[in-house]
Ligand binder design. Structure first.
Ligand code: HEM
Length: 491
């Protein structure tokens, strides 16, 4: 009797579950989900990009998948991306909740903050402060060029040797953000700097890996002592350290003379007076960590991709150097303005960003209301995954979609031209907040490095492998490089 009751209960539960995971009416099509896992077992979680491409061919540019019991809509191709993220901007501008990243950030700051007043005001504040290149006495350009001098010193010291450049470029990108936020850079071997970099690397590994997926899809397991607990703990430790830096700033600042982003935030809180909501210390810490996370891997992985292509496409490297030498002749340092005189270099940087597709699935969005896309009904709160790679490699949009070829960004007269499908920073109201900074960093860093060094694929380098390592932030496979100093230069 008891056995039959249990069996009946199991059947009812399973039926209820199956009903729950059935697609809503007129929802985008996709493969059938199975209980508990949804479609997860049909994807190669190490790198789902080929599966997503295959599913898009089968089900169309807008299709759906289940992550556990949670439906998600995948957007593919430029026209869909534009219709959703620009044409129906507000409908698609939310961020999903209930994920590991939400619990790390408590929905505060910018990246994971849901569409609403707090996100809007923090985004506006961060954009304005980053745009205000005269933060304190040092301009943004000077901060970046200052950091490059450390990179150059490290590279000079290892000239002729074969090295893995990953840590160096990572440290430099992170230090540029630290200088903007905290007013000072760290020595690359500084304890806190190293701890912060390690925490970022480990947390993105956990959030990207199977434990992140378990956390996101199986809430019942969240309190168990599994690796995601470490992510929450480490994030908290770095938060405490940043709190200390904020306290130091409070003690030493001169009101309305901001040295950095923290001083500007404190000024803003003061300006708003007693009730300065939504600006408070809790929001400030998460916003700072957001910028650190968002601005480190992205920039450094793009630089690593660029160097990989310089070494393996020596004609491209030489042509860049020729243009750089001509334009900068007699000048001690490059400036961001010089980009207008360097169409080829500009084309190469954009082509690097296109093939790198650094955030292949952007940051996940969420619908803020019941909406419609390409004739499908999508309810409020649905997870939205913009497949940016599908646009950056879209056959109809590029002269050479599958090759590394700077001509993708040059017109018949050799002038730089940016096709509409260039959207590595995404589009719409949630588009990358650091785009201006990232573009400046990429240009100044790559031009300075190419001017000073020759990048050579070393003898112990094996065969170049261009296939990326998938992640929220996609990276090139680790590789080794050799640099030689170029002769007769002023900087
Ligand atoms: C090559 C470098 C970079 C690439 C390719 C990149 C790309 C992206 C992408 C695709 C998104 C998601 C947009 C969306 O949800 O639709 C994003 C968001 C964001 N990025 Fe970047 N990013 C880069 C560098 C940076 C830097 C240097 C910073 C900051 C200093 C930054 C800060 C942010 C922030 C705060 C967001 C969240 C914006 C929001 O939710 O409103 N990014 N980025």
């Amino acid at each position: 009797m008891l056995g039959s009751l249990i069996l009946l209960w199991l059947c009812i539960s399973l039926l209820a579950f199956l009903v729950r995971t059935r697609r809503p009416k007129n929802f985008p099509p996709g493969p059938g989900p199975i209980p508990i896992f949804g479609n997860l077992l049909q994807l190669n979680l190490e790198n789902p990009m080929p599966d997503l491409e295959r599913l898009s061919v089968r089900y169309g540019k807008v299709f759906s998948l289940y992550f556990g019991g949670r439906p998600a809509v995948i957007l593919n191709g430029m026209s869909v991306m534009k219709e959703a993220l620009i044409g129906k901007a507000v409908d698609f501008a939310g961020r999903p909740n209930g994920l590991l990243l939400n619990h790390l950030t408590q929905g505060k700051g910018v990246i994971m903050a849901d569409y609403g007043p707090s996100w809007r005001e923090h985004r506006r504040f961060a954009l304005m402060t980053l745009r205000n290149f005269g933060l304190g006495k040092q301009s943004m350009e000077e901060r970046i060029l200052g950091e490059i001098s450390y990179v150059c010193a490290h590279l000079e010291a290892s000239a002729g040797k074969s090295i893995d450049p990953q840590t160096l470029f990572h440290n430099a990108s992170c230090d540029i953000i630290c200088s903007i936020m905290f007013g000072s850079r760290y020595e690359y071997d500084h304890d806190f700097f190293q701890a912060m970099i390690k925490m970022m690397a480990e947390n993105s590994k956990i959030a990207n890996g199977p434990w992140g997926m378990v956390y996101d899809t199986m809430p019942l397991l969240r309190n168990l002592p599994l690796p995601f607990q470490r992510a929450l703990r480490d994030y908290h430790t770095v938060k405490l350290h940043v709190l200390g830096i904020i306290a130091e700033h409070r003690a030493t600042r001169v009101p309305r003379e901001p040295r950095d982003l923290i001083d500007s935030y404190l000024d803003e809180m003061e300006k708003r007076g007693e009730n300065c909501a939504p600006f408070d210390d809790g929001q400030m810490i998460i916003m700072l960590l957001d910028l650190l996370f968002a601005g480190t891997d992205t920039t450094s992985n793009t630089i690593r991709t660029a160097v990989l292509y310089f070494m393996t496409h020596t004609d491209v490297q030489e042509r860049c150097q020729q243009e750089i030498d001509e334009v900068l002749e007699g000048k001690a340092q490059v400036s961001f303005e010089d980009r207008h005189k360097m169409p080829y270099m500009q084309a190469v940087i954009h082509e690097v960003q296109r093939v790198a597709s650094t955030l292949p699935l952007s940051v996940f969005h969420c619908t803020t209301k019941d909406t419609e896309l390409m004739g499908y009904q999508i309810p409020r709160g649905t997870l939205i995954i913009p497949n940016l790679t599908s646009v950056l490699y879209e056959e109809d949009q590029w002269k050479f979609p599958y090759d590394f070829n700077p001509s993708n960004f040059l017109n018949d007269q050799g002038q730089f031209e940016k096709p509409e499908a260039f959207m590595p920073f995404s589009v719409g109201p949630r588009t990358c907040l650091g785009e201006g900074l990232a573009r400046m960093e990429l240009f100044l860093i790559l031009v300075t490095l190419l001017r000073r060094f020759q990048f050579i694929w070393p003898e112990d380098g094996g065969e170049p492998d261009f296939s990326p390592v998938f992640g929220v932030t996609q990276a090139p496979k680790p590789y080794r490089m050799t640099v030689q100093l170029r002769g007769g230069l002023t900087n």
